[in-house]
Design a protein around this ligand. Sequence first.
Ligand code: FAD
Length: 333
Amino acid sequence: MRVLVKGAGVAGLAAAFELAARGAAVTVVEVRHCLGGNASWMAGGMLAPWCERESAEQPVLDLGLCAADWWDAALPGHVTRAGTLVVAMPRDAGELDRFASRASGHRRVDEDEIALLEPDLAGRFQRGLFFPGEAHLDPRRAMAALYEKLAARGVEFRFGVDARHLAGFEREIDCTGIAAGDARLRGVRGEMLILHAPDISLSRPVRLLHPRLPLYLAPRANHHFMAGATMIESLPAGPATARSMMELLNAAYSVHPAFGEAAIVETGVGIRPAFPDNLPRVERQGGTVAINGLYRHGFLLAPAMARQAADLVFDQDKPAEHADETDSQRRSA
Ligand SMILES: Cc1cc2nc3c(=O)[nH]c(=O)nc-3n(C[C@H](O)[C@H](O)[C@H](O)COP(=O)(O)OP(=O)(O)OC[C@H]3O[C@@H](n4cnc5c(N)ncnc54)[C@H](O)[C@@H]3O)c2cc1C
């Protein structure tokens, strides 16, 4: 079966992986001239279903539980299973209690345990929450590795091509994110920084709670850190603003003053595609299956969404009533 995947973000790459694994002849078409530059490229790479449940609905937790295993199986060695550490300044202790009451899968940690988990944060925070089951990966390395693996398996990639003008495929999966032209979608702007701070090491993502300016620092190789991210209800993908950068840098500095000496390697903006309920959807319309609305959970949810989309693609020969039933089940999963 010849399947066209539109878009090479995390949704498109994960869908291509699932389809190729099930024997489809897959072509991935990406309008950009190379991998990256999209929302997926700007992500923190946190696979944090329990933390995300603090602000997300239950399906995000349920669907996200398989993510670390999926990425580990797809790309051995890319997933770090070291949990997530959530901290707050003493004056924001109420934020920690509020977060704890809205999330599960954590235990309270004191100053000593924080120091054991992250020696460079010794003495800086008295209380925190540790989510031991969570994981993270470097989204850019993971996307590049997935691309290479797919290409090696015979998946065809066409870059610099607008997929709207292609025909001749038996099935299509639309993974074009905010560009999908779905009137229900809105864009949520996420601004981020990549910092190089040679004097600091972190083993896991650290989230700093704050009533107005929450921050996370996701560790990357060689003392690089992704600091993110703003959540601005706005579509334009123009450059990051000075205000957002100042706020993120201030927050990073309050996690550890050594971030004041960090080199700013990059600033970036990604537009998260979101449906009104902030939940992802896999939907079928005619011959096209669409994965969209991954919002702030693309790496967390792409595995489950890709599996559902591949099921729908291979289910298309089923009788109509059964297929409709399956579609609505997918939406509410
Ligand atoms: C700052 C930031 C931090 C984030 N951190 C995390 C995190 O830690 N963990 C997590 O799970 N999620 C995170 N997210 C969310 C995640 O990045 C998104 O949910 C995810 O990237 C959405 O993926 P996508 O593939 O749907 O869209 P995209 O990544 O935008 O990919 C869509 C692709 O389709 C292409 N395209 C569009 N139109 C066409 C066309 N006509 N023809 C061909 N190609 C087309 C685009 O060029 C693009 O490459 C973060 C997002 C941001 C912005």
